[in-house]
Design a protein around this ligand. Structure first.
Ligand code: NAD
Length: 244
């Protein structure tokens, strides 16, 4: 790897939106560091990319493991972009959400994101760009007491850290996807999937590449002077369905 090549780190890179983001950032000229908790799909995805000649490396670890995240960051030649995409999801009505479930979701989606951000900024000596993957669910959602709250936490973390990190030349932004065709979406029942698609003004299911495109905008070194912003990529649903 040429030392002038910018390095982008993507969490949850083994599949779905994370993997589409890896592909897009490779097209945009980054060396990409792929991270995922699940070793097998991560290794297979990285091997397929390497076979195509892509400049990637992969590390199986959980974003909640600070020591592992710190060791990884310390070993990288530079860190320019971090995409905090890894998260867990399950539906659960408010009354049926146990405290353990609530803590578990917060542990990965918010604290894991916080850990990766904090360890990455130690290496961002010449500035950098952080993109957090939230969800339209931060606004509210049926049976989303835990998930929606965790994603509201990601938005709060994005906006507050954007203020603190601006003086170091680090831009922090977020994307808030709506429905996207990945395993996370496929974990819903077919009826629920159709019900949700019908609520989107576009009546279309987003693709991982649509979200990667928004992430690539914030990751691009030509995107300057933009921080603390949320790009909502949700087929227009956040405008309010009562309008239609
Ligand atoms: N798919 C959707 O409809 C949708 C909608 C809104 C937001 N999102 C958000 O987009 C992001 C990606 O979602 P996706 O649909 O591609 O999900 P996915 O479940 O297909 O992929 C998530 C990846 O994150 C990894 N991961 C989970 N916990 C981890 C941890 N502790 N450490 C490291 N890796 C971990 C998983 O192993 C998996 O590979 C998530 O932040 C999700 O909340 C998705």
């Amino acid at each position: 790897m040429d030392m002038n090549t910018e390095v982008a780190l993507v969490t949850g890179a083994g599949q779905g939106i994370g993997l589409a983001t890896v592909r897009r950032l490779l097209e945009d000229g980054f060396h990409v560091v792929m991270i995922d908790r699940k070793s097998e799909p991560l290794t297979a995805a990285a091997a397929a990319l390497e076979a195509e000649g892509a400049s990637v490396e992969h590390h199986a670890l959980s974003i909640t493991d600070r020591a592992a995240v710190a060791a990884l960051m310390a070993g990288l030649p530079r860190v320019d972009v971090v995409v905090n995409n890894a998260a867990v999801f399950w539906d659960g009505k408010f009354n049926e959400t146990g405290e353990d479930d609530f803590r578990k979701m917060y542990e990965v989606n918010v604290i894991g994101t916080f850990i990766v951000m904090q360890e990455a900024v130690k290496r961002m000596n010449r500035g950098g760009r952080i993109i957090n993957v939230a969800s339209r669910a931060y606004l509210a959602g049926y049976a989303h007491a835990a998930y929606g709250t965790s994603k509201a936490g990601v938005i709060g973390l994005t906006r507050s850290s954007a203020i603190d990190l601006a003086e170091r030349g680090i831009l922090v932004n977020a994307v808030a996807p709506g429905l996207v065709e990945t395993d996370m979406f496929r974990s819903l029942t077919p009826d629920r999937q159709q019900e949700l698609i019908a609520k989107q003004p576009t009546k279309a299911l987003g693709q991982p590449e649509d979200i990667a495109n928004g992430i690539a905008f914030f990751a691009n070194p030509r995107t300057r002077n933009v921080t603390g912003q949320i790009m909502t990529l949700d087929g227009g649903r956040s405008m309010g369905i009562s309008l239609y």
